[in-house]
Design a protein around this ligand. Structure first.
Ligand SMILES: Nc1ncnc2c1ncn2[C@@H]1O[C@H](COP(=O)(O)OP(=O)(O)OP(=O)(O)O)[C@@H](O)[C@H]1O
Ligand SMILES: [Mg+2]
Length: 225
């Protein structure tokens, strides 16, 4: 079995990317799937979600961006959660220092894929080389989003990165799946944003593989019910 690679991404910060990635990994692991959580955000919160934090000399996924020859298998740690391993972040990562090919991470993860059913990559909200690398390695992309016009604008920004990679580097990408999070439909802005979703009348959320993209809503003057 070769792992399916799922990136959890958005250009907007604080949209539950890490929460989604950690809970998805834990849920899949709980159902018996072998999962590798790759913490590509140097905040390191996905690792912390599983109680794992790399020490200064430990191998991290960020080492790939300083030396693409780093064998990432050396950094994999077993978590206390069923079937979930973690490839932690370098929380002191200062940025890409070596020219890394955009498909480098995909190639570095490929030897690990046989040992897992799913590889989940948590990304930061930056539109940087790490995000491009994650998209270039992914089969699926989940985009957690708040139902708010600024969050939808962030999805639009992210979609541009996504389609650039899907059209060039990674034709395996199967679609961009929006996942509304922290939903409270008592809030006018959220109801309006949701109503503008193309398939909002058909269901309450978006499922992986839907490829659904929310159009920009008009600005509302009130957030109140
Ligand atoms: N479904 C939820 N309900 C309530 N609070 C949530 C939910 N999901 C996430 N949060 C909270 O929202 C905050 C942001 O979540 P999280 O760190 O997952 O976002 P993020 O998109 O990964 O952020 P960043 O862009 O900084 O990486 C956290 O305080 C988290 O506990
Ligand atoms: Mg995060």
């Amino acid at each position: 079995m070769t792992a399916r690679v799922i990136a959890v991404s958005n250009r907007k910060g604080g949209t539950s990317k890490t929460t989604t990635a950690v809970n998805l990994a834990a849920a899949l692991g709980g159902h018996g799937a072998r999962v590798l959580m790759v913490d590509l955000d140097s905040q390191g919160h996905a690792g912390l979600g599983f109680g794992i934090c790399a020490a200064p000399k430990d191998t991290t996924v960020h080492d790939h961006f300083q030396d693409p020859a780093t064998p990432l298998a050396a950094g994999i740690r077993r978590s206390a959660f069923a079937n979930v391993d973690v490839l932690p972040a370098n929380r002191s990562f200062a940025g890409v220092t070596t020219a890394t090919p955009p498909l480098g991470l995909a190639r570095a993860l490929a030897p690990l894929a046989a040992a897992y059913d799913a590889i989940i990559i948590d990304t930061s909200p930056s539109a940087d080389a790490l995000l491009v690398s994650a998209l270039a390695a992914a089969d699926y992309v989940i985009v957690p989003t708040l139902l708010h016009h600024l969050a939808v604008d962030g999805v639009g920004q992210f979609a541009r990165s996504y389609f650039r990679v899907a059209a060039g580097l990674n034709p395996r990408l199967r679609g961009l799946s929006l996942l509304p999070v922290q939903v409270d439909l008592r809030v006018t802005m959220q109801r309006e944003t949701r109503a503008r979703s193309p398939r909002a009348s058909e269901r309450d959320g978006c499922s992986p593989g839907s490829g659904q993209i929310l159009p920009s809503p008009k600005r509302s003057n009130s957030n109140n019910p």
